[in-house]
Write a protein that binds this ligand. Structure first.
Ligand SMILES: Nc1ncnc2c1ncn2[C@@H]1O[C@H](COP(=O)(O)OP(=O)(O)OP(=O)(O)O)[C@@H](O)[C@H]1O
Ligand SMILES: [Mg+2]
Length: 378
């Protein structure tokens, strides 16, 4: 994994200041409906998301799933049709025009995919970073610009215009510009979309570094397949809703070797609705309805055996009257019935192909092991 050379860097003196409690990003049942030529498109369909201060989160999902729509709302460029979005304590649904301008200058920073959209082409890197500081009348501009360019590893291009920099350098200058005014939240829509793998890694690490040094909360929309190397939390968005997410942490095994462990979660909304990862649904052939079992520390989910049972062929030349079984004995040829057989539910031994959700039991044949795939050794 590529890392930025941060050993010699000094952290900028000022960092994101927050006077609100709670999460930096909170979306509750967020809805955005676009109406074009009489056709309604529900880009966000009751999206829920919570990001704590200082977190770095990647948002992934298929094209058209609503990622940019969400970022446009969070950046104050667009308004939700319904639901609630709060960023750093600011309710985005009820901002006046003046509050919106202040919000975009001081509370959020934004980095776009198109490198050319992030920077003024006729200004140098240093002048670009200084621009938001000038607008907000900040003090000690020169020192701040120098610190930020150093933090992002682009001090050497401070006197160059964007056309004289590589794409990765432009994006790092763009990050420096976006965080110049100490926003609480940095939003980035495909910031590495125009970069090669090596340069993408440098830019993603630079964002994480900015978060660690400045305390800024980062939400990155990306298709970058290496994103798991750079962030601890990846949230999947599907059909305008957050569906599943992966959290990563390091564990040390009995030989003292560190492993990066990824654990998959699903989002549960206030009504108790949740979505199973599509891989699990396919693997177990889950459809229509599933059987649930409440255990002391988790919920078991099983395929509906009655519905999924293959249709048995009709018995030939026999009907209920011709059943030879004596009265009172269990029938050798019972009449077909819709009754659901009531037998004890299988325990979660892992043998029944069940999906189980909850705290991890200590047993070796732990069915939750599927959630904890070792990913990358560090
Ligand atoms: N201004 C708009 N007017 C009408 N429909 C829109 C508008 N912007 C987005 N949409 C629609 O809303 C849905 C979500 O779009 P969005 O741009 O948020 O997707 P995305 O996840 O960012 O996709 P991609 O990965 O391709 O960038 C899509 O069906 C899109 O066509
Ligand atoms: Mg998009």
């Amino acid at each position: 994994m590529t890392t930025t050379q941060n050993a010699t860097r000094t952290a900028p003196r000022s960092a994101a200041a927050r006077d609100h409690g709670g999460p930096d990003i909170l979306c509750e049942d967020l809805v955005r409906i676009y109406s074009t030529e009489g056709v309604e498109i529900q880009a966000l369909q009751g999206l829920n998301l919570r990001v704590e201060p200082g977190d770095v989160v990647a948002l992934v999902g298929a094209s058209g799933s609503g990622k940019s729509t969400l970022l446009n709302i969070l950046s104050g460029l667009d308004r939700p049709t319904g639901g609630r979005a709060t960023v750093a304590g600011v309710n985005l649904g009820s901002m006046s025009r003046a509050q919106r301008v202040h919000y975009q200058r001081h509370t959020v920073g934004f980095v776009w995919q198109q490198t050319s959209r992030n920077l003024m082409p006729f200004l140098t890197a240093a002048e670009n970073v200084a621009l938001p500081l000038l607008i907000s009348n900040a003090r000690e501009k020169r020192e701040r610009v120098g610190e930020l360019l150093e933090l992002l590893g682009v001090s050497d291009v401070s006197g160059r215009r964007p056309a004289e920099m590589s794409g990765g350098q432009q994006q790092r200058v763009a990050i420096a510009t976006a965080v110049a005014n100490n926003p609480a939240v940095l939003l980035a829509d495909e910031p590495t979309g125009e970069l090669d793998d090596a340069m993408s890694a440098v830019v993603l690490d630079a964002m994480r570094e900015a978060s660690e040094q400045l305390g800024v909360t980062v939400l990155i929309v990306t298709h970058d397949p290496t994103i798991a190397d750079h962030v601890r939390r990846t949230v999947q968005i599907r059909d305008g809703r957050t569906s599943t997410e992966v959290l990563r942490h390091t564990e040390v095994d009995e030989h003292g070797v560190e492993h990066l462990v990824a654990q998959e979660y699903t989002v549960i909304d206030r009504a108790g609705r949740m979505q199973l990862p599509s891989g699990y649904v396919t693997e177990l052939g889950l459809r229509d309805r599933v059987r649930l079992e409440l255990e002391p520390d988790h919920v078991g989910v099983w395929p509906d055996a009655e519905r999924n049972r293959p249709v048995e062929p009709e018995p030939h030349h026999q009907d209920a009257q011709s059943d030879p079984t004596p009265p009172g004995e269990p029938s050798a040829n019972p009449a077909p019935t819709d009754r659901v057989e009531e037998k004890p539910a299988p325990r979660h031994t892992g043998s029944g192909g069940a999906t189980a959700m909850g705290h991890r039991p200590p047993a070796e044949d732990d069915p939750d092991a599927a959630f904890r795939r070792p990913e990358v050794d560090r």
